[in-house]
Design a protein around this ligand. Structure first.
Ligand SMILES: [Zn+2]
Length: 300
């Protein structure tokens, strides 16, 4: 297909368009020229046309951090901590263990890990943005730009690796996972999150796809596509979990107005019990907005 080479994940060449039109560039309302999002019929991954994606160097420089605004879906460390804590997504006990995060941003998640009552022995921060690493080092984290750099010291030694909302950005997701897998101890686990492309608003709100698809995200996964990618990297998914961040009022405003809801939209429907029921329903059906997976190495 025009503008799509062999699939970086499976090598297949059977792309099928799933969306054509402008996509988001930064915050709501900023749109690109019309482009194409297509699904690989062989492994099931969905990708934005490369010509519309930001290149890799962009993430190491300051422009990216300036372009990321609140609510973009990028790691919010407290949200992540809530998600993994509430849903028991990590090993029961990381006390004395070696923990790594790939794509730490400012390190907010690791700060909280470090504060746990039973703290890990070693905390590894992997972050490509040059401007952020000096602070991470100053906090006492073993700090690296890329996972392959960390492997020189920590291959096979990491009990728990975490990576939140990173895989959708990278040039080659199966290499990204293979690099992460190389860090894991034989019984180590990788905890990953990414936006769920089965997000219910993709079906319910006609204007949502042009917001969901964005230049910063090259790849869009559901659990099956993630499993296919993981298999290429010698990993298997041992657990999938969904989290719905937004409540019912947000969905209704999207459906009615074609935009994210403001704080004062539909005040009568901002109700914790309504939201709980809505969120439980989406989580149960696998159509919540965030996908978590726990991955393990496939024994050789
Ligand atoms: Zn593929």
């Amino acid at each position: 297909m025009d503008g799509f080479g062999p699939c970086e994940i499976c090598g297949g060449d059977n792309w099928r368009p799933v969306y054509q039109g402008p996509v988001r560039d930064g915050k709501f309302g900023n749109l690109t020229a019309p482009t194409t999002v297509a699904e690989c019929d062989d492994c099931g991954v969905v990708r934005l046309a490369e010509a519309s994606c930001h290149d890799d160097d962009f993430y190491a420089g300051p422009e990216y951090w300036a372009s990321v605004t609140g609510g973009d879906g990028f790691s919010n460390s407290h949200e992540m901590m809530d998600d993994v804590g509430l849903h028991g997504l990590w090993a029961d006990d990381i006390g004395g263990k070696t923990v790594a995060e790939i794509g730490t941003g400012g390190g907010g998640f690791l700060d909280q890990i470090k504060e746990l009552e039973v703290a890990p022995k070693t905390v590894i921060a992997i972050e490509p943005a040059d401007a952020l690493r000096p602070d991470l080092e100053a906090k006492g984290f073993e700090t690296f730009a890329y996972t392959s750099d960390a492997a020189e010291s920590f291959a096979g030694a990491v009990d728990l690796a975490c990576t939140f909302n990173v895989i959708e950005h990278v040039p080659d997701p199966s290499k990204f996972l293979a690099d992460a897998a190389a860090l894991l101890a034989p019984d180590g686990r990788l905890l990953l999150s990414t936006p769920n492309r089965d997000d219910t608003l993709m079906d319910l709100a006609p204007d949502y796809p042009q917001f969901f698809y964005r230049v910063a995200h090259r790849w869009y996964f559901d659990a099956d596509a993630l499993a296919a990618c993981a298999a290429q990297a010698g990993l298997k998914i041992s657990r999938v979990h969904y989290v719905q961040r937004y409540g019912l009022a947000n969905a209704l405003v999207w459906i009615r107005d074609g935009k994210p809801s403001a704080h004062d939209s539909l005040p009568g429907l901002r109700d914790a019990r309504l939201d709980q029921t809505w969120q439980d329903n989406l989580v149960r059906r696998g159509v919540a907005d965030r996908l978590y997976a726990v991955l393990e190495r496939v024994p050789q």
